[in-house]
Ligand binder design. Structure first.
Ligand code: DPP
Ligand code: ZN
Length: 876
């Protein structure tokens, strides 16, 4: 794998006008005939050859304008096909024939088989594993697809676009033809064939067109697709109402498969999903599963406009479709559920996943300028920070100008492959605002640190706020320019009212948003009658680290009075964090651990506040995770001490809040059948949180075992089982519950994944032996990505004490696993390896072990480009 640079981008010499593909499907020997019509771009010399991409391909036939090409006119290697002496007259036609083996495709890129079904995954560069092709996102064409396959085994044969027709063919085979009129790049191509069940519905678009909706699943699983279908219809409606985007084909299809490297894929008109994000029923799916399904169904659907109709010029622009589409799915979920709770969940996720990435060896800009393996750039920085960047544009411009900018983008660039610059220009043109400095958010990696200090002058009635921004160095970027940072703020007075300053000096303020644009900037607010408490970065208006020394009393004031619910949650977190950090230090030094009564009081007050929705109160009771504490501590970390400290704080809160938790456990019980709606999910979350605290205080498994036995839905079952297994791993109750669970759900892969994950995350040094034993379980399938992630991935990402054993055995185990997964599925191996991205912030002994485990991987003779890229960046 060579390094690709953004600066080297240039348009193709040839324009692809049309694509005609015929597949004769066979499990081990599929014939692919690709007829491609090209014309030479103006000014390109006729001697310039046509170079097509391939990956592990063998050419078996080549026609130029329907006549066989002599060997002297082309060179074919597994990675490319170069054709010379092309007709001077254009357009011309090139017909390429290849044979591929779907059954042997364990990478799950290109055409592969999953549970006897043919399936494709072409993003980013999988199409070149099917046929030689100009496999880059700026090559767009309409596609006609003909599929021929054994009729009995493949009654269903699908591709992108609208169905043209089909019928019987020879030797028990049949055919189906599809036409997609919307020009698209090859990464959006899809083909599915096999014997699948289907759920059907229809949607009438805003202009009155009826669209057929079909979700394909394994036979027998149809009832579990009902929620996904409902989410799809809500997504289609929402995109019309909120963004004015209408669906553009006669049919929209989703196929759920059980072997998939990612979450899902937005192929035009034919989304392919990891079945984890389609299938749900109350008995087998948790509230979180339902929320994920809703979000991902929406995400892939929204790509139809942000990604498909308007696509990326090159893969450096990945955030253009991903960041924007994540922003859109976040907004959708916020509208469907509770906006504040959704924002809290987003920020938790951003801080626990993206912030560590941005602070470690894998840090990269939202719009990178080079890559060695594009698969490694489907990152939380491109997705989640990319979404935050669009969110900041909306904050800076206000909703009216933001909408005008989006409308202009859809109008100006429909049918094109564009860049981040094109995108930003639409907002500049629509609003008249200069976004030059703002665009640094795309180019400078690292999480900005903003340090704030303030003072109040009673006599003058002025409040002064001094801000300083600092951008840490990241790989390849040491000197950085100050960014344009939008900071939503409120000055909260004694009586809980929010002050309205008569004037603001020192910089720009629009609405409640302060524009921090300089390295150091001081703002003065006049007309403030009493000392206010400053609530800063409300709603997490900018994805930054904020250092602002606020007293516990001020934080409690924000937690009680801010009208921004997110800020109230943030204040409580800010109150908890120093306690948790101190507890970790005390645990490490063997000192006694104490919990500030002010923290307990504030948490219990919010938890018991009936004016607040239960889902929000549950978020309040969920203290920062061990990974969050590690991040705040910043370095020389001892995961065992962090765990012990956090445990002590939780226990102290549990003892102090016993009455509150007993009451909540009782009050939040839902009578009647399970419903996945947000309000019910919130009650379950609060009740399960109370259950966890009660269990902490009681120190016995009895209550959790009772809850396990009484649970009538997967949310409650999984919570009780997790509590039992994590808190009392050696108890008869935990073992009994794990056995019962296994017996009840054996055969349901998605639920068995949970059984593996819950055990992989049991804290403590014993986890590794448990994980190794589980790998010997016949239910562990080393070729199924979901199963591998549920055991090995969850252990490495989600079990800080078990994985980070002081003796380094966890790292050595992971290195072995990476080396064994890599030859089969490099993408999966590389992804799981990123679990070690924060190894440098471990204490020296663990860090040494981690480094040598990484070095073992690096020394391996054969490594995929995917894993080599990650391991080398991590060791650099
Ligand atoms: N493009 C896919 C997505 O929707 C890749 N997983 O994010
Ligand atoms: Zn996406």
């Amino acid at each position: 794998g060579q390094i690709v640079h953004l600066a080297d981008y240039r348009p193709t010499d040839f324009v692809l006008e049309r694509v005609d593909l015929t597949f004769e499907l066979d499990p081990t020997n599929t014939k692919v005939e690709a007829r491609l019509i090209f014309h030479r771009r103006e000014g390109v010399d006729p001697s310039v050859p046509l170079v097509l991409d391939g990956d592990e391909l063998t050419l078996s036939g080549l026609l130029i304008d329907q006549s066989e090409a002599p060997a002297s006119r082309y060179d074919a290697t597994p990675e490319s096909l170069t054709i010379r002496d092309l007709p001077a007259e254009t357009p011309f036609e090139v017909t390429v024939t290849t044979f591929i083996n779907p059954e042997a495709n364990s990478q799950l890129m290109g055409l592969y088989r999953t549970s006897g079904v043919y399936c494709t995954q072409c993003e980013a560069e999988g199409f070149r594993r099917i046929t030689y092709f100009p496999d880059r996102p700026d090559v767009l064409a309409p596609y006609t697809i003909t599929i021929i396959a054994d009729k009995a085994a493949n009654p269903v044969m699908l591709s992108n676009g609208n169905f043209l027709g089909g019928g019987d063919y020879d030797e028990g085979r049949h055919f189906a033809a599809w036409f997609d009129p919307h020009p698209k790049p090859a990464y959006l191509f899809a083909l599915v064939a096999g014997d699948l069940g289907v759920v059907e519905d229809t949607f009438t678009t805003m202009s009155g067109r009826d669209v057929k909706l079909r979700i394909y699943v394994e036979h027998g699983k149809e009832p579990r697709a009902a929620y996904a279908m409902d989410a799809l219809k809500r997504s289609m409606k929402w995109d019309e109402e909120r963004f004015g985007r209408e669906y553009d084909l006669d049919i929209f299809m989703i196929v759920a498969v059980s072997d998939f490297n990612m979450g899902a894929m937005e192929n035009k008109g034919l989304n392919v999903f990891n079945d984890k994000y389609v299938l749900a029923d109350p008995e087998t799916a948790t509230d979180q599963d339902y929320a994920n399904i809703e979000a991902i169904i929406a995400h892939e659907y929204f790509h139809n406009w942000t990604g498909n109709r308007i696509t990326c010029r090159d893969w450096f622009q990945l955030c253009l479709k991903e960041g924007l589409t994540v922003y859109r799915d976040h907004e959708f979920s916020a509208d469907q559920r509770s906006r504040a709770v959704k924002r809290v969940a987003e920020v938790r996720h951003l801080k626990s996943e993206q912030f560590p990435e941005d602070a470690g060896p894998l840090a990269h800009p939202v719009r990178p300028t080079k890559y060695r393996e594009i698969n490694n750039f489907y990152t939380t920085t491109v997705y989640e920070k990319g979404s935050e960047v669009t969110r900041m544009i909306a904050t800076l411009l206000g909703s009216k100008d933001f909408k005008a900018g989006m409308d202009l983008y859809f109008e100006r660039h429909d049918g094109q492959a564009v860049t981040v610059e094109d995108y930003l220009k639409c907002f500049e043109d629509a609003s008249g605002r200069d976004l030059e400095q703002f665009s640094l958010w795309y180019h400078q990696a690292g999480t900005p640190l903003v340090t704030a200090s303030s003072s109040y002058d009673q006599k003058k009635g002025t409040f002064t706020l001094s801000l300083e921004q600092m951008l840490p160095a990241t790989p390849g970027q040491s000197n950085k320019e100050p960014m344009h940072i939008p900071l939503s703020l409120a000055l909260i007075l004694d009586n809980g009212q929010i002050a309205a300053p008569t004037a603001v000096k020192g910089g720009e303020m629009t609405g409640d948003v302060l524009h921090l644009t300089e390295r150091k900037q001081t703002f003065t607010f006049s007309g403030i009658s009493s000392r206010p408490v400053l609530s800063l970065n409300r709603s997490f208006s900018a994805p930054i680290n904020l250092h602002f020394d606020q007293t516990p009393a001020d934080l409690a004031h924000i937690a009680r009075h801010d009208t921004d619910l997110f800020a109230r949650w943030q204040a409580l977190t800010d109150l908890a964090m120093p306690n948790l950090m101190q507890a970790a230090r005390d645990a490490r030094e063997g000192r006694e651990i104490t919990c500030d009564p002010a923290l307990t009081a504030a948490l219990l007050e919010a938890a018991g506040d009936e004016a607040l929705e239960p889902a929000f109160r549950a978020q309040v009771l969920t203290l920062p995770s061990e990974a969050d504490i590690a991040r705040e501590l910043g370095g020389n970390n001892d995961p065992d001490a962090i765990h012990a400290g956090r445990h002590a704080i939780l226990s102290a809160i549990a003892r102090e809040g016993n009455k509150t938790f007993l009451r909540l456990f009782d009050e939040m019980k839902i009578a009647g059948p399970y419903a996945p709606d947000a309000a019910s999910a919130g009650k379950r979350a609060l009740r399960n949180s109370a259950l966890a605290y009660l269990t902490y205080a009681e120190g016995t498994p009895a209550r959790a075992a009772q809850a396990f036995a009484a649970a009538d839905n997967m949310t409650d079952v999984a919570q009780a089982l997790t509590l039992l297994a994590h808190r009392f791993p050696d108890s008869a109750e935990a073992q009994g519950a794990l056995d019962t669970f296994l017996k009840r759900f054996d055969g349901n892969a998605l639920v068995i994944d949970k059984w593996f994950s819950i055990q992989a995350t049991i804290p403590g040094a014993g986890a590794l032996a448990r994980v190794k034993a589980l790998m010997e379980n016949p239910r562990f399938v080393s070729t199924n990505p979901n199963r591998v992630r549920s055991l090995i991935g969850t252990f490495a990402f989600g079990n800080p004490t078990g994985f980070n054993r002081p003796d380094g055995e966890g790292y050595r185990f992971l290195a072995e696993q990476i080396l064994s997964i890599d030859p089969k599925n490099p993408q999966l191996a590389a992804r799981i390896l990123t679990s070690m991205r924060s190894w440098r912030s471990l204490e020296p002994q663990r860090a040494d072990h981690a480094r040598s485990a990484l070095a073992t991987i690096e020394r391996a003779e054969t490594l995929s480009t995917d894993v080599r890229d990650i391991v080398e960046r991590m060791l650099k």
